[in-house]
Design a protein around this ligand. Structure first.
Ligand SMILES: [Zn+2]
Length: 485
């Protein structure tokens, strides 16, 4: 098969294409299970395989994909035909940033392939969790598992040949309770890098999930009898799960270069960031350093090589508060440099990814991480907070269409008064303007508070591509934030 692919790549090149690549998926398997109030509500398994071809011809892309790989010539010719048609309507001829030819192999750190684990074992885990969640105060409960295992072979006309074997594991416990007024409240726990340091079935640690099941049941019961969240301005201390979503929505998506160039306007798809801002814009306080790091071990945002065939990198996005980088692929960096009439970006940052063989790669977050700070652990940060809210787990979110403002409700919040963590409050929320908010960042937790949160379902693109990624995040505190509205 590999020889046939290489032969076709060469043939299309000889027909006038300036670049050709192929992503061949020998297989992609996924398995999802949800137990809801003690019943196995969902259990599905999918398997697909096929091949996707991108052809660059006279500055235009053509794409074609098929699960039928018995006649490769048809798929490649179709991609070339599509590029030829598109070439008649080119407004900005596509160029690709230089890269090295790579021969490589990448495998996610995984010992036990979760797809191979018998169904009965997976259901037994969910039943065990369901029992732990089935407690007074809990109105609805759910436990779910989601696994992906895939092999991808990448071949391009510039001499690269990369084979990847990716394993993904996601797990979630969630609860709903109803208070005396009939209002619903939620608590949840999802697997992050406090589990085992690899991505196989072994990361589903029953003890870890049991402890957290007990914790969220207890917290839900505190919420049900809590007083409402105050409405005022105060500090907010965001725990890692909430801070991960904050980072995702108002740093990660805002710094995708296709969005900055105006290509991705659905799903609140614009960005307030402009090409002039790089190297100049003060995005946050000096305590804010953010990187796109695809080299983190054990994260869904670590994949070895992107779908342009670029090796995983660790790139600064925001350095001590100043915007310095973006999430980029080979195509967009060339267009951005050309439009800005100066070299803002020096090659691709290796973040072009597609979710399936039949989708084209677009700029996606890798692991968008915040560097740990020097403000101690959670206890230290609370002790140094006069009046605040300690918040975790997003319950609802709405974001400005250019990521310039946001409003988030969280599942839980505790009052912080005079350096002490006090009682839980009901229906907590906070809002702000992105730049004002990050400039009010006043404390960043140390390395002991840093945790990688796994994101199973980041949506982008049309047709939609649901991508997996990560956020390595410390505990963060912001001052003078509007809360409770
Ligand atoms: Zn997203």
């Amino acid at each position: 098969m590999l020889d046939k692919i290489k032969q076709q790549v060469e043939l299309i090149k000889n027909k006038g294409a300036t670049y050709v690549d192929t992503r061949w998926y020998p297989f992609e398997e996924s398995n999802s299970l949800t137990m809801w109030n003690g019943n196995l509500k969902e259990s599905f398994f999918t398997r697909e395989s096929g091949l996707g071809v991108r052809v660059l011809y006279k500055g235009a892309w053509g794409f074609s994909a098929s699960s039928d790989v018995s006649n490769l010539e048809v798929i490649y010719d179709k991609a070339l035909d599509n590029a030829r048609v598109a070439a008649q309507r080119v407004t900005f001829p596509i160029r690709l940033a230089e890269k090295d030819a790579i021969q490589a192999h990448f495998t996610s750190p995984s010992r036990i392939n979760p797809i191979d684990v018998p169904l009965v074992e997976k259901v037994a885990f969910l039943q065990e969790m369901d029992k732990k969640l089935d407690q007074p105060g809990v109105f609805q409960r759910a436990a779910s598992l989601n696994f992906i295992h895939k092999q991808i072979v990448f071949v391009d006309s510039e001499g690269s040949e990369i084979e990847k074997e990716i394993t993904e594991v996601f797990a979630l416990l969630s609860l709903i309770g109803v208070d005396a007024q009939g209002e619903t409240h939620e608590r949840s726990f999802s697997l992050g890098q406090e589990g085992k340091a690899s991505r196989g079935w072994e990361s589903i640690d029953p003890q870890l999930f049991s402890e957290n099941a007990e914790r969220i049941v207890g917290e839900l019961n505190q919420i049900l009898v809590a007083d409402p969240c105050p409405k005022d301005h105060r500090s907010v201390i965001l725990l890692q799960d909430m801070m991960a979503l904050q980072t995702h929505e108002t740093i990660g998506h805002a710094l995708e270069l296709d969005r900055i160039l105006g290509y991705e306007l659905s799903y609140a798809g614009g960005s307030f960031v402009t090409l002039d801002d790089f190297g100049r814009l003060r995005y946050g306080s000096e305590k804010l350093t953010v990187r796109a790091d695809a080299t983190v071990p054990n994260s869904p945002g670590s994949f070895g090589y992107d779908d342009d065939g670029i090796q995983a990198q660790d790139n600064l996005l925001i350095n001590k508060g100043i915007l310095v980088g973006a999430i980029t692929g080979r195509q967009m960096v060339e267009e951005a440099n050309a439009r800005a009439r100066k070299q803002i970006f020096n090659g691709s940052s290796g973040a072009n990814r597609a979710t399936a063989f039949y989708r084209v790669p677009i700029e996606r977050m890798t692991n968008i991480n915040i560097d740990p700070g020097t403000d101690g652990n959670l206890d230290d940060i609370i002790a140094n907070t006069e009046r605040g809210l300690l918040m975790d787990n997003a319950r609802s979110w709405s974001i400005g269409s250019n990521r310039e403002q946001f409003h988030f409700a969280t599942e839980i919040a505790w009052l912080v008064e005079d350096g002490q963590k006090k009682q839980v409050v009901k229906n907590p929320s906070y809002m702000g303007n992105t730049l004002e908010f990050y400039n009010s960042l006043s404390a960043v937790g140390d390395k002991t508070t840093w945790m990688v949160n796994f994101v199973a379902n980041c949506g982008k693109g049309q047709p939609n591509q649901v991508m997996q990624l990560g956020h390595g995040i410390p505990i963060c505190r912001f001052d003078n934030v509007r809360v409770g509205e």
